[in-house]
Design a protein around this ligand. Structure first.
Ligand code: PLP
Ligand code: TYF
Length: 396
């Protein structure tokens, strides 16, 4: 049996962390994986999480199974966060939300559901996109295509290309969109561009699947969620995967959710019943702890306020690192313009570094970036930024 098993390729991003971990250089910096580190280079345990966990510990509740669709309080809190408590889709009970195993799990149950009910549709992802998008939808059985997105010349979005592709996809195509903080480029659409995208997607009967893994890292919780609400208002079916890995710094707890908007309460109930079937045949029901933590934090006013403060602090620190990176690079490499780093949103910057330059950064300086030139700005801090800027200046 195993003689015929060949070696699978490594995940291009998680593989970088393996190499980084093995590196003995004390100055090493991991700008590869999309994880937020604080100014001391540590992954934070948020105070709102610590307090929610203290409350849960105090209760010492038994660890029974959760329902197939997850903790009800969690699903409700997520739905209100994603769509707004007073939104029509929530009020009219047209949105259903299922707790999922991280954002990745949400994408996968959404993909499996879609394969069952839209088996002949094809999937379209941005060029480039998060590496796992293609693999996830292909493993659900879909043909995955890409639509133009990034324009290296402007270091922004090739909007004409994107819109043109949307206008020529067959009706029923599944379009994966990053709701905010595009991974890997950091280049987001403007409000006006989103308006046009929503018009084309709903007008042409495409199926939008919004992936929101970085809510709160762009311009704020509400501002980053606006696109989801606009899609929900526009009508038509809608899929939204969201993740608390980054926004609650709960990476390993695997907390995410899939929400689907249907045309009526009755339709939503049928959709939920089928989605539960997908969950049941994959992992039966989701884990308890992370969902409880997030539900407690979101539903307890003082913990909710604390979370918003802590998330804002992460967002602000990343912005400061963007500013510092640009200022320091300008001083060292005066003939190049790095202002685009400030405009980019979220954790990442598509830096424009070539594969050869990324290799030199790794081999000569132990600074780890993704081969595409993506760097995680959230891994920079006041102690490592000068070292990183020196290294980048040398390879440029
Ligand atoms: N979608 C995007 C765009 C991401 O960058 C990530 C990052 O991890 C995910 C989904 C997956 O989220 P999770 O780690 O919660 O599975
Ligand atoms: O893009 C990133 O770095 C994050 C983390 O297979 C990640 O989204 C990367 C690769 C992967 C899972 C998570």
């Amino acid at each position: 049996l195993f003689g015929a098993v060949d070696m699978a390729p490594r995940d291009p991003i998680l593989g970088i962390t393996e190499a980084y971990n093995a590196d003995k250089n004390p100055n090493k910096v991991n700008l590869g994986v999309g994880v937020y580190y604080d100014d001391n280079g540590k992954v934070p345990l948020l105070e709102c999480v610590r307090k929610a966990e203290a409350q849960l510990l105090e209760k010492a509740a038994p660890r029974t199974y959760l329902p197939i669709d997850g903790l009800a309080a969690y699903d409700k809190a997520v739905q209100e966060l994603v769509f707004g408590a007073d939104s029509a889709v929530v009020q009219e009970k047209r949105a259903i939300t299922v707790q999922a195993i991280g954002g990745t799990g949400a994408l996968k149950i959404g993909a499996d559901f879609l394969k069952r009910f839209a088996p002949d549709s094809q999937v379209w992802i941005s060029d480039p996109s998060w590496e796992n998008h293609r693999a996830l939808f292909e493993s659900a059985g879909f043909v995955v295509n890409s639509y133009p997105y990034y324009d290296p010349a402007t270091r922004g979005v090739n909007f004409a290309g994107m819109l043109g592709a949307l206008q020529s996809m067959p009706a029923g195509s599944i379009v994966l969109l990053h709701a905010c903080c595009h991974n890997p480029t950091g280049a987001d659409l403007t409000d006006e561009q989103w308006k046009q995208v929503i018009e084309v997607v709903t007008g042409r009967g495409l199926i939008p699947f919004l992936d929101m893994a970085y809510q709160g890292f762009g311009d704020g919780i509400d501002a980053d969620g606006r696109v989801v609400r606009q899609f929900a208002q526009a009508g038509g079916p809608l899929f939204v995967s969201n993740s608390f890995s980054k926004s609650f710094s709960l990476y390993g707890e695997r907390v995410g959710a899939l929400s689907i908007v249907a045309a009526s309460t009755e339709e939503a109930a049928r959709v939920l019943s089928q989605l539960k079937r997908v969950v049941r045949t994959n992992y039966s029901n989701p884990p308890l702890h992370g969902g409880q933590v997030v539900a407690t934090a979101l539903a307890t006013p003082e913990l909710r306020a604390l979370w918003e403060e802590e998330l804002a602090a992460m967002r602000v620190r990343i912005r400061e690192m963007r500013q510092a990176l640009v200022a320091k690079l300008k001083a060292k490499v005066p003939n190049q313009n790095f202002d685009f780093v400030i405009t980019q949103r979220g954790m990442f910057s598509y830096s424009g570094l070539t594969k050869a330059q990324v290799e030199r950064l790794r081999n000569e300086y132990s600074v780890y970036a993704v081969d595409t030139g993506r760097i995680c700005v959230a891994a920079l801090n006041s102690k490592n930024i000068d070292y990183v800027v020196d290294a980048i200046a040398k390879v440029l």
